[in-house]
Design a protein around this ligand. Structure first.
Ligand SMILES: Cc1cc2nc3c(=O)[nH]c(=O)nc-3n(C[C@H](O)[C@H](O)[C@H](O)COP(=O)(O)OP(=O)(O)OC[C@H]3O[C@@H](n4cnc5c(N)ncnc54)[C@H](O)[C@@H]3O)c2cc1C
Length: 519
């Protein structure tokens, strides 16, 4: 492997990396190397069940079960003295190969806020063509806002197919004043409606399935799996390649340009291991800082959530058929909020925790705009040691207040008469947990969980922003030939699940980079 050289070397074959590799290798004059730590699956028939779709009883939210396909990080929420598991995909397709397949686009306000913060190329208008390019929308393909020929199918449950808990959820939400919104991927969508998903015909359409499988034979694309990148090699302020461990050997793969797409946890981790990050912290660990970039690992954002779980007399679970256990969602604004659309609640036809007996449903309440910010720090210089992740949830009082309000909305929906005849009672929280605001807050602080949307740890921003790590083209400030393209560079966490936005980001930057090849 040592001695191998690529024009472009991408680290991580996840939501962003797979898209980049597929698009950049369309230029047959560019050699592209794609390195992935996890295993590869080249054909649909090879996909393990966990990667292909959903399994009954899978702890979708609470943690990981298939260690060979997942990084199993642990994070702190230091303000709450709470630790929690944080799984990420470690397999071709990355987290898009293990995720929940909710395929929601960033809202117009999310993207226009990015542009207003000094990222003028990332306005809603600037991003829309790339959301269109990546999808084939099964329901709104004749709409100017949607794509009809992209690699990822996006579908919604038709009204006639809504299962009884979904129908009850819809009736409860509309009765409580939430408008019916048939297309939650409209730029300003809010209200109650079907969840767009990229789970179609019994298959999770990950970035690996949609983008890599069809282009495997390309001779200018080399996909190297089960290979761990341990650092970026730098010389005279320029990235020259990466150091990898494969078959217990350390080797160097060189490249004209290195793109880190290892995700919001591993990309800042790799930068710091390479001497790029907050200089004081690196020095404390005995690493000679090559570049002082204080923003690396800062500004960690997510969408924390809490659940209400309800009992039913009959089994209502949709596992394993017809597939995803959720059909409907409501997007709303917490009553005391000063930001719009900061609440997301869904109807999950599963109890998700501790095994699923089928007799129950869950209504999670997610906070989609956090004011509290977390951090990611290097634990030590050993690349195999996970970084220190602190989500710092609810450090800001208004996050707790808004999450409590959204939690009360879940209770209001679940108790609504629309569920009479279906629901037999609240499984948890208990009456004691609901006895007062302080009891409820204690319950929230004890059970809050990651929404799996870690982001913004190498955020994009103008050079005047001292905590910005990359420019609008993903270029790392102060280093030639090094970019980061993944969830870590989002300027701010959009008010939606991240997969579609990260794939859009990679589509857009591929276009930019293809235009600049050979410059
Ligand atoms: C359990 C779960 C459920 C989710 N559900 C949804 C959902 O329903 N809808 C949604 O929109 N979003 C969801 N998300 C979030 C979404 O999937 C991620 O935000 C998105 O996939 C991130 O893309 P990425 O390219 O930044 O990173 P990833 O897709 O995580 O890709 C990073 C890749 O880099 C590889 N890598 C890391 N370090 C190294 C290294 N040192 N050497 C080599 N390779 C390395 C990893 O193995 C991985 O393949 C979920 C995430 C998880 C974990």
């Amino acid at each position: 492997m040592s001695g191998t050289h690529f024009d472009t070397l991408i680290v991580g074959a996840g939501s962003a990396g797979a898209v980049l590799a597929a698009r950049l290798s369309e230029d047959r004059g560019r050699s592209v190397g794609l390195i992935e730590a996890g295993p590869d699956y080249t054909r649909l028939e090879e996909l393990p069940t966990r990667v292909r779709g959903f399994e009954r009883g899978l702890r979708l939210y609470a943690g990981a079960r298939v260690a060979s396909h997942e990084w199993q990080y642990t994070a702190r929420a230091s303000a709450l003295h709470l630790d929690m598991p944080v799984p990420r995909g470690r397999v071709i397709g990355g987290s898009s190969s293990i995720n929940g397949t909710v395929f929601l686009r960033a809202l117009r306000q999310d993207l226009d806020n990015w542009a207003a913060a000094g990222n003028s190329e990332w306005s809603f208008e600037g991003c829309l063509p790339y959301f269109r390019k990546l999808e084939t929308d099964c329901d709104f393909a004749d709409n100017d806002l949607h794509g009809a020929s992209g690699p990822i199918p996006v579908c919604r449950a038709a009204d006639d197919d809504w299962l009884p808990p979904s129908q009850a959820f819809f009736n409860a939400c509309t009765d409580l004043g939430h408008a019916h919104c048939p297309d939650m991927n409209l730029p300003d969508a809010r209200g109650v409606g079907p969840i767009p998903t990229n789970y179609h015909d019994g298959l999770r359409h990950s970035s690996a399935v949609g983008y890599l499988m069809p282009i495997r034979p390309r001779s200018n694309l080399d996909i190297m799996c089960e290979m761990l990148v341990t650092r970026v090699c730098l010389s005279d302020g320029r990235a020259t390649g990466v150091e990898v461990v494969a078959d217990d050997r350390i080797e160097v793969i060189s490249a004209d340009e290195v793109i880190l797409s290892a995700g919001a946890i591993a990309s800042p981790h790799l930068l710091m291991l390479s001497g790029i990050g907050p200089a004081d912290e690196l020095k404390t660990l005995g690493i000679t800082p090559l570049l002082d970039l204080p923003g690396v690992g800062q500004h960690l954002l997510d969408h924390p959530f809490v659940m209400t779980v309800w009992n039913t007399s009959e089994a209502v679970s949709t596992f394993p058929a017809p597939g995803v256990p959720w059909q409907l969602q409501v997007r709303t604004t917490a009553p005391s909020s000063d930001v719009r659309d900061d609440g997301w609640l869904t109807m999950i036809m599963s109890t998700t925790r501790d095994g699923d007996d089928g007799r129950g449903f869950t209504i999670p309440s997610s906070l989609m705009y956090e004011k509290s910010q977390g951090t990611l720090r290097l634990r030590c210089t050993d690349p195999s040691a996970p970084p220190l992740i602190d989500f710092n949830y609810l450090a800001e009082e208004s996050d707790l207040v808004r999450l409590r309000e959204l939690f009360h909305l879940a209770l209001e929906i679940g108790r609504h008469r629309a569920f009479d005849g279906l629901r037999t009672g609240l499984r948890y929280p208990s009456a004691d947990n609901l006895a007062s605001d302080s009891a409820t807050d204690e319950w929230i602080a004890r059970t809050i969980s990651t929404g799996h949307h870690a982001s913004c740890t190498c955020r994009m921003g103008p050079s005047s922003d001292r905590l910005a790590v990359v420019d609008q083209r993903g270029g790392v400030y102060g280093v030639e030939g090094l970019r980061v393209v993944d969830a870590s560079i989002l300027p701010d966490c959009p008010s939606v699940n991240l997969n579609a936005t990260v794939m859009m980001l990679a589509e857009k930057l591929s276009d930019t980079l293809r235009g600049s090849h050979g410059e």
